[in-house]
Design a protein around this ligand. Structure first.
Ligand SMILES: [Zn+2]
Length: 329
């Protein structure tokens, strides 16, 4: 299955991509902002760390919450594949219990939600730093989602299991190219030398390829190390790469594996994920060279190509499947 490459914790649960995962200190009750940045930059699923391709991107909501969230609802969690969201809904207490990530004091007096509503969107519309609603004075990364296509309303464990098993039957294996495989491998294993959660080094590497220009990224505390680096190294290198993308070639054999992998990945994309490209466009508006000129982004893939044929195939397959299921009942 899609999560089979993830490390397992001592209880045998896969260690999902978005949680802080210092070996031995994996924390299912928390989200790693550094890992969220990496997932956003490479357009990866928050559970299995694999790319979305043209699959819908799913978020978790409760009861009628979605109706009050507007056209492009904002979430503090990174999106997931359908099958991964359904898997997490079954096994993860922090998904199936809406307030599990809040402290006891905050949880008191809050009504327990009755229906878990998984919502599948066409695209991730934007990713940016924003004040956290849960923790005063802290900024976290937010994900705006666009194009709500489908929902799963789950009212109990049996429900969740049935829908999950149906989704498993439709699961399409995701083929990775070499550069993608390197990113996924790095993200899902402790760092080779120090044996640490690779989230930090990988987040730093994404700054170089464009995450440095994510709006309000400097306000996110987990990014302090990069925001406050000597000579603003992370931002400056990202700006230099905007002006001279060819210079990235020199970093493909950088001693830091995360940097080498990030640059190799970037240089082998036909098109960039929409969110990363948005950050780079925002960056190009902000930086100037010594003669006051702005970078031109023409040599990087500007617009993410939507594979319309693949999207149509998926939609047809889905509607055929839905019809089939209705008949069975
Ligand atoms: Zn996934």
């Amino acid at each position: 299955m899609r999560c089979s490459h993830l490390r397992l914790d001592p209880r045998g649960y896969p260690i999902i991509a978005v949680i802080p995962q210092e070996p031995g200190e994996e924390d299912y009750g928390a989200l790693s902002e550094q890992r969220k940045l990496v997932l956003a930059a490479y357009d990866l699923c928050a559970v299995c760390a694999m790319p979305f391709r043209d699959e819908l991107r799913w978020q978790v909501t409760f009861d009628d919450q979605l109706q009050h969230m507007g056209e492009t609802p904002t979430f503090n969690e990174a999106p997931e594949h359908e099958v991964c969201a359904l898997y997490a809904a079954q096994v993860c207490p922090f998904v199936s219990s809406p307030h599990a990530r809040l402290g006891d004091a905050q949880r008191k007096g809050q009504r327990r939600a009755e229906t878990l509503v998984l919502a599948g969107f066409d695209s991730t519309a934007a990713v940016y730093g924003h004040d956290s609603e849960l923790q005063v004075g802290k900024s976290i990364l937010m994900f705006d989602m666009a194009g709500l296509r489908r929902t799963h309303r789950l009212t109990g464990a049996d429900d969740a299991r049935q829908v999950y098993e149906a989704a498993l039957l439709d699961e399409v294996p995701i083929q990775l190219d070499d550069a993608e495989q390197r990113i996924v491998d790095l993200l899902c294993a402790p760092t080779p030398e120090e044996g640490e959660d690779p989230g930090a080094v990988m987040a730093g590497a994404t700054w170089f390829i464009g995450a440095a220009f994510c709006p309000r990224i400097r306000q996110v505390q987990a990014m302090n190390k990069f925001a406050e680096a000597k000579d603003d190294l992370y931002f400056q290198l990202a700006a230099n790469f905007l002006f001279e993308p060819d210079k990235m070639a020199e970093w493909e054999d950088a001693s830091d594996p995360s940097t080498a992998a990030a640059v190799s990945w970037f240089r082998t994309r036909e098109s960039l994920p929409t969110v990363l490209q948005q950050w780079r466009v925002a960056g190009a508006r902000r930086v100037r060279d010594s003669r006051g000129r702005r970078p031109r982004l023409s040599d990087a893939a500007i617009v993410s190509q939507r594979d319309e044929a693949a999207i149509r195939r998926r939609q047809e397959a889905e509607s055929a499947l839905r019809k089939g299921r209705r008949k069975k009942r």
